[in-house]
Design a protein around this ligand. Structure first.
Ligand SMILES: [Zn+2]
Length: 281
């Protein structure tokens, strides 16, 4: 497979997860090859969804698994999105999944510097994802919340009781190795050993496309349970590091401008013009 230079190697330090397994062997499946040249883009994302469906996979949520304790289908696909950078792209992927009749699993972070959780924009995106039937949980930073069951369960309780009703599911941000495979009782971790091992898990962490060929092989052979982690920000079509930074900075700047002009209008109104822009990140 040829991967364009723009899609590979431009984000060498963008590691978002330490839970990477060695690349699994690839099973050759000639008829699983797409006609398109795969890359971080909407066409490839849609191709993954359509191919999984064509191979008989049913998309499942961690919330359903937490409720039943069982994988609901003989070919089960957990599509997971850790929202580290872009709620807007999370919504976009959720819309595409909805078009395909697919339910995904989205995990939002409290303490990212790239977006705010408790603002109307993000809460609106979470509600929109829930309205499409997606599972929404928390992306837990161990440095903030720790890893103990009680602290995380209380955090979930508080959000559910006081902010909005999310699912009792979590993933860990930059999970430490000691937490991989850990099973909790009061909520489900995406790293629960029942759903996470080297035979079932692939991700695009560090913006690496190395997951793609193994995924094609796994779909072709009909591996019973697949968990695929895709970070929404990589899939917005912004493939150059300098451009990625510009879009992120412009979006955060615009959000800050809106906050200041809305909350302190007598100070900032008229000084900072607002403009409506749709950002890709
Ligand atoms: Zn993360």
């Amino acid at each position: 497979m040829k991967i364009s230079d723009e899609s590979q190697g431009l984000f060498p330090d963008a590691g978002l997860l330490v839970a990477d397994f060695p690349a699994p062997p690839v099973t050759a499946v000639p008829d699983a090859r797409p006609e398109i040249e795969p890359d971080f883009g909407e066409d490839t994302f849609r191709h993954i969804l359509a191919l999984a469906q064509a191979r008989g996979y049913r998309f499942a949520t961690f919330a359903d698994y937490h409720a039943t304790g069982a994988v609901p289908h003989s070919r089960c696909f957990f599509l997971r999105h850790d929202v580290d950078i872009s709620p807007g792209m999370a919504l976009r992927l959720g819309e595409i999944e909805h078009e395909h009749g697919v339910r995904g699993n989205f995990f939002f972070q409290f303490n990212a510097e790239t977006y705010s959780f408790f603002v109307p924009e993000t809460l609106g995106i979470i509600r929109a994802l829930q309205g499409m039937g997606h599972c929404v949980g928390l992306h837990i930073d161990e440095q903030l919340t720790g890893t103990e069951e009680e602290a995380i369960a209380k955090t979930l309780d508080w959000v559910i009781d006081c902010v909005l009703p999310i699912d009792r599911t979590i993933s860990f941000h930059r999970a430490s190795r000691g937490n991989l495979g850990r099973r909790y009782e009061r909520f489900l971790s995406a790293y629960d050993s029942r759903l996470f091992d080297a035979q079932s898990y692939l991700s695009d962490s560090r913006r690496s496309f190395a997951f793609y060929e193994p995924l094609m092989g796994w779909l072709g052979e009909g591996r019973p349970c697949i968990q695929l982690l895709l970070h929404p920000e990589w899939w917005g079509g912004v493939n150059r590091l300098d451009r990625f930074w510009d879009v992120l900075r412009d979006r955060r700047s615009e959000q800050l401008r809106r906050y200041m002009t809305t909350n302190f209008p007598k100070v900032f109104d008229g000084m900072l013009p607002t403009d409506d822009t749709n950002f890709l990140i």
